[in-house]
Design a protein around this ligand. Sequence first.
Ligand SMILES: Cc1cc2nc3c(=O)[nH]c(=O)nc-3n(C[C@H](O)[C@H](O)[C@H](O)COP(=O)(O)OP(=O)(O)OC[C@H]3O[C@@H](n4cnc5c(N)ncnc54)[C@H](O)[C@@H]3O)c2cc1C
Length: 504
Amino acid sequence: MANILIIGGGVAGLSAGIRAQLDGHRAVICEKLPAAGGNLTGWRRGDYRIDNCIHWLTGTNPSTPLYRMWETLGALGNGIGIHRGDSLYTCEWDGERLSLWRDLDRLERTMLAVSPTDEKEIRSLVRVIRAAQAFCGIGGKRHNKGWNPVLALRDVPLLLRYHRMSTGDLAARFEHPLLRAFLTDFISERFASLAFVFVAAHFCGDNADVPAGGSVAMAERMVERFRGLGGELLTGKEVVRVLHNGKRAHGVQFRDGSIAEADEIVVTLDPAVVFPRMVGLPMPKGLAARYRDKRLMRFSSWHCAFACDLPEVPFHGDFVIKPDPACQFRLGAPVLTVREFSHDPNAAPRGSTLLQTMTVCDEATCRRFIALRGDRDAYTRRKQYLAKWTERALAEQFPELDGHLSCIDVWTPATYERMIGSEIGSFMSFAFGAKVLPLRASARSGLSNVTLASQWLRAPGGLPFAAEAGMLAVRAITAKYRHASRREGKAETPAVLGTEEPIG
Ligand SMILES: Cc1cc2nc3c(=O)[nH]c(=O)nc-3n(C[C@H](O)[C@H](O)[C@H](O)COP(=O)(O)OP(=O)(O)OC[C@H]3O[C@@H](n4cnc5c(N)ncnc54)[C@H](O)[C@@H]3O)c2cc1C
């Protein structure tokens, strides 16, 4: 089989590497940072442990094909615990709160209690969430129904109705401001309403939860799995150039000047960086069209982490805050989300709590952060300013926290751009609006032995699509080699653990 060189040691790269070893190839992952994991990461600040990825991992329901994929990748299974919180997030309007409860009946009851006049739309929303669950094979009381083509067909018209709406359009159908905020403040009003529907479907279907140990532990398990299968992980190895003759690549060049050769190259990075800087060829047309499509939006976020010297905070899970207009103006955002970590015993020292905020920003804001970082002092001042106003927003929302918070870190799209290397500091691929079908783009690069395995091939990206991209790229290579050896009449190298686990 092939010597495969994989560029990038994030989830896509690790998944490609694991699939390659399972298929009998020899895989080497080249990662520029000192550790693998990419955006599936976290770090320490003093006694606090920041987790900067998994809010929900799709595929935590053991009856789903995605769970089996995560098992193959060493991410789940094997007794690894899963935290299943009661609610995904909470919104507030005029002192009244609404949470996205795991129990869908409870969510329906709560919404009806908030606004009986919105009954028709509430019932329809709950119906489409159940339809999405049936579509994903997680329907029924125990969320283990499996995919049923007849039921799926029955639900298509209902799903199509929501496909035509953004969350803003959907919210406009509700009278009560809390319900409207509930639909648009966690997932932006510009995004497809089906994004909200599927997030709720997976969460309420026990299929979008947090594995024990959080993001870093999951990345470490995947690294262990890859190495356990005989794969080689090179860290601190930044690829600067794919070496090719216009048709075929023969290797890569690293920042330190060294060169590595390979039969096949798998590229997991943002294509907006790969093609102009690393390959020196135009991006394939289909993919380039996506970067130009106004209905597909690139985004990132900036964050603050606060140490809180209280043993408890007055909310659970994620809470969406709408600061007062002056504060919104200063933060440059209408809402921010704050997360507490009571589910993670290692997040904060005993008697204290860790709070992390996340404020989503559009492409133009991302570019401003990246440009500002060129002036270190101005960038530092901007981060201090954001931390001050974020703390103020938190204290306004929760007066109990006033005087108990101290900022321990601020990071921005410029941090993602510097560390992970995506063009505008994105950590997922495109968010999409109404009427967009997020089909998978071709993995072809224009060079016969260079395959794309990037989350950018399928919006909106995220961990499952990154893993899927890695696995599919290697499956294509394996198929190519099997086909070639059959043609030449050679004996095929058997796959090590030849299972072809399903991909979600
Ligand atoms: C705050 C936050 C919250 C998130 N929440 C969730 C969530 O709840 N659920 C979910 O599914 N997803 C979530 N995500 C998204 C998820 O982290 C990503 O979709 C996923 O990690 C992408 O993996 P990847 O391998 O495709 O890319 P990356 O993680 O970007 O990995 C690319 C790797 O390539 C390396 N690299 C870059 N340039 C080079 C080079 N020249 N040479 C060698 N190596 C290079 C990078 O260092 C990195 O390790 C979140 C991300 C963030 C930041």
